[in-house]
Design a protein around this ligand. Structure first.
Ligand code: NAP
Length: 253
C-alpha cells in the first residue's frame, strides 16, 4: 500500500502529457500513463518515472474510440488492484489529442468527426467511464488551447471542440463538486511538440511569427506547460475550480 497519490495521464508517451507525467512523478504522484501508438515511448516514460521514485504503469487507449472506454476502465481497475491494492486514483489529466488543419470552407465531415471524437466526445465519455474510479476529493484537468480565445485560419473544427471542452469543464466542476472533485482547463499557447506535424517547433517562419506575437518573445516548450498541469492536479491549488488557465507566455494580449 502506497501513500503516494495516483495520477492518470492520457497521451503520456510524448509532448505535453509526457512532461506533465514526469512533473507529477517528481511531485510525489504515482502514474497510470496512456499511449496509443507509442508503446516504446510509454515504456521509457514508465522507467523514467520509476527512477524518480514513482510506481508507474502504461496502458493503451484510443481516445477516438468511445466503445473501448468501458474496457479501458476495467484495465485501470485491474491495474489499481494489482499495483496499488486500491480501487481509486486521485488525479485525471485529459491531455491526449492530435490536430487537424483545414480552412472552414474545405473541412470535411470526416475531419470534423475526428476532431469531435478525439477532443470532445473522448474526454466527455472517458471521464464518465472513469468517474467511479476517481477518489472523492480528486482533481481533473482538461486540455484546451489558446485558439479558443483568439482565432487563426485553419483551426475551426479543432478550436470549436476545444471550446466545448472549456464549457464541459465548468459543468463537471459544478456536478462533481458534491464529491469535492475540482475540474479545471489548461489552455496552452503554441508549444514546440510533435503536434500538427511539429510545425511550431520545426518551421522557422511560423516559430518566428508566433514568437513575435508573444509578450515573452518565444514559442512555448513542454517545460512551460507540464509544471502548470501538475500544479493544477495537486492540493497546492486545491481551491482553484472551474477555471481556464491559459499558459502561452502572453500571446495576442
Ligand atoms: P503530441 O506531442 O503530438 O502528443 C500527443 C499525445 O497524444 C501522444 O502521447 C499520443 O499518443 C496521444 N494521442 C494522440 N491521438 C490520440 C488518440 N486518438 N487516442 C489516444 N491518444 C492519442 O501533442 P501535444 O502537443 O503534447 O498535445 C497534447 C494536448 O495539448 C492535445 O490535447 C493538444 O490539442 C493540446 N495542445 C497542444 C498545443 C501545442 O501547440 N502543442 C497547443 C494547445 C493545445 P501516441 O504517441 O502513443 O500515439
Amino acid at each position: 500500500m502506497t501513500s503516494r497519490k495516483i495520477a492518470l495521464v492520457t497521451g503520456a508517451s510524448r509532448g505535453l502529457g509526457r512532461n506533465a507525467a514526469l512533473r507529477l512523478a517528481g511531485r510525489g504522484h504515482d502514474l497510470i500513463a496512456t499511449y496509443r501508438q507509442g508503446a516504446t515511448d510509454a515504456r521509457t516514460l514508465v522507467q523514467e518515472a520509476q527512477a524518480l521514485g514513482a510506481r508507474a504503469v502504461a496502458l493503451p487507449l484510443d481516445l477516438g474510440d468511445s466503445a473501448g472506454f468501458a474496457g479501458f476502465a476495467d484495465a485501470v481497475r485491474a491495474a489499481l488492484r494489482d499495483h496499488w491494492q486500491r480501487d481509486t486514483f486521485d488525479a485525471l489529466l485529459n491531455n491526449a489529442g492530435s490536430g487537424s488543419y483545414a480552412t472552414f470552407a474545405t473541412t470535411t465531415e470526416a475531419q470534423f468527426d475526428e476532431m469531435l471524437r478525439i477532443h470532445l466526445k473522448g474526454p466527455f465519455f472517458l471521464t464518465q467511464a472513469l468517474l467511479p474510479l476517481i477518489a472523492d476529493g480528486g482533481r481533473v484537468v482538461n486540455v484546451s488551447s489558446g485558439l479558443t480565445r483568439f482565432s487563426l485560419p485553419g483551426y475551426a473544427a479543432y478550436a470549436a471542440m476545444k471550446g466545448g471542452v472549456e464549457v464541459l469543464t465548468r459543468y463537471l466542476a459544478l456536478e462533481l463538486g458534491a464529491r469535492r472533485i475540482a475540474v479545471n482547463t489548461v489552455a496552452p499557447g503554441a508549444i514546440a511538440t510533435d503536434f500538427g506535424g511539429g510545425a511550431v517547433r520545426d518551421n522557422p517562419q511560423l516559430n518566428g511569427l508566433i514568437a513575435s506575437q508573444t509578450a515573452l518573445g518565444r514559442v512555448g516548450a513542454p517545460d512551460d506547460i507540464g509544471p502548470v498541469m501538475a500544479a493544477l492536479l495537486s492540493d497546492d491549488l486545491g481551491w482553484v475550480n472551474g477555471q481556464r488557465v491559459e499558459v502561452s507566455g502572453g500571446i495576442h494580449l
